[in-house]
Design a binder for this molecule. Sequence first.
Ligand code: SF4
Length: 216
Amino acid sequence: MLDRIPLAGAGPSLAYEHADAETLDELHDDAQACQRCDLYRSATHLVFGEGPSAADIVLVGEQPGDEEDLAARPFVGPAGRLLDQCLEEAGVDRDRCYVTNAVKHFKYQMRGKKRLHARPNAGEVQRCAWWLGAELELLKPKLVVALGATAVSSLLGSKVKVMRDRGRILHPPGKLDVLVTIHPSAFLRIREPAEKEKNRIAFVGDLRRIQRFLRH
Ligand code: SF4
């Protein structure tokens, strides 16, 4: 059975004009100068998406973390490594995946000398959706995977809830199909091993839907 659920009434928030860039490299270059919100001021680097331009699958996280900000690459920190392991376990070929974030600059607060993750606000997510929309416009993947609440909000609007809708593939009218799931950082922080494993298995279960969907 094709797991495709119409998404009535939840307008995606990706309202963007078409970007001038004709390739992802050009788009990445253009984004280096972005000042659409204030997050560029305190981040070290812009962290743009990464992966093959012919990717079937685009995975969208929240924002770069500390390691990603320093490396200027998405999903190279602990959550990214966990995502790679879970994709492999779910039988998803990582070479078919492009990874990016809803917000391209690291937002943080200082605690002593540490930079602690701070959640981007709705305005920052909405402004940065222009870049995510432009990436998707160029990539035209078969499926987008929204990892966590920020990605879900950017891609699908506020009516979709991660914990209620996770594991579903939603079909916003005129837009790309989107699989809803959690962000791997959500269970990375769980200390209790059995609970952590339970969450990891559920996440892998969500990711297995990618292969089933692409086979149809
Ligand atoms: S977070 Fe996004 S919108 Fe804000 S400055 Fe960075 S690239 Fe631009």
